[in-house]
Design a protein around this ligand. Sequence first.
Ligand SMILES: O=C(O)c1ccccc1NCC(=O)[C@H](O)[C@H](O)COP(=O)(O)O
Length: 271
Amino acid sequence: MNDSEELAPAVASILRSAEARGDPEGGPLSVDARSLPAALSRAETDGRVPVIAEVKPTSPTTDGTRDADPVELAERMVAGGAAALSVLSEPDHFGGSPENLRRVREAVDVPVLRKDFVVRESQLDTVAADVVLLIARFVGEDLGDLVAAAEERGFQPLVEVHDAAELERAVAAGAELIGVNNRDLAKLEVDLETFETVAPQAPDDVTLVAESGIGSPDDARRMVEAGADGLLVGSAIMDGVSESPSGGRGAESLETVTENTRRLTRARTQR
Ligand SMILES: O=C(O)c1ccccc1NCC(=O)[C@H](O)[C@H](O)COP(=O)(O)O
C-alpha cells in the first residue's frame, strides 16, 4: 500500500511498523476456530447485545497505558456478557502482544479476534486466533489473497472497511465477516453515521460488525438498529481501568470492566 500521505500521522506510523516487523518462525498455522457468527447469534438469542469486547492497553487516541493483566480483563469482559473478545497483538502503538492473545484464548471459551495490522501473509502465522483482522485500506490489492490465506489456515477473516468502495472490495474478496470502522483512519475522527451509511449496502448473508466509537447503551442500540450483528468496543469497556494494577484500586477498576461490559450487553433493542 502506498497512500500513507492520506493517513493520520499515527496511522502511517502504525503501518510503517507493521511493514518493518519481522516474520514469525515456523510453518503456516492450522487453527481450529470457534465460530464468531455462532457466538454472536447465541448472545442475541440470550437477549444480550452481541459485544466483542476489546483488551486494549493503549492506542494513539488513549491517554496512558492500562497494564492490568489481559487474562483478568478478558475474564471480566466474559462475566459481563461479552459474546467474543478482541485482543491487541500490536506492540508499538497499542501495548499489545501475541503472548497476551495466546494467554487470553487459552483462558476463555469465546471466540478471540486478533487485533493487529497484518500486511503480508507470513504475519498470519504469528499467533493462533479464531478471527483475524484484515484492513482493506492497508492491504490494497492483496486483500483477496490474504482472505484466502487466512481461511486456508482455519482463521475467520474479519475484513475492515470504512466506505462503500472498500465494502465492494471486501465482498469481491470473498469476505463473510465485515467490520465497518466508524473511525476514519485519515483523521482519527469517529462518526457512528459511517456504519449507518455503509451497512445497508452490504449483502444480507454477510455478518456485519460495527467498530469503534460505541460509548453508551444508546450507541449500542443505534448500531444494532442500523443492522450490526456484532459491536466491537474497546475504550468504553476499558474506561476506568487504572493505569497501575497494584493495590485495591487495581481490583476495583477491574470490576469496572465487568460493569462497563454489562451496561452495553444489556442495552435492549427493538430490532
Ligand atoms: O483506537 C485508536 O486510537 C486507533 C487509532 C488508529 C488506528 C486504529 C485505532 N483503533 C483500532 C480499533 O479498531 C479500535 O481499537 C476498536 O475498533 C475499538 O474502538 P473503540 O471502542 O473506539 O476503542
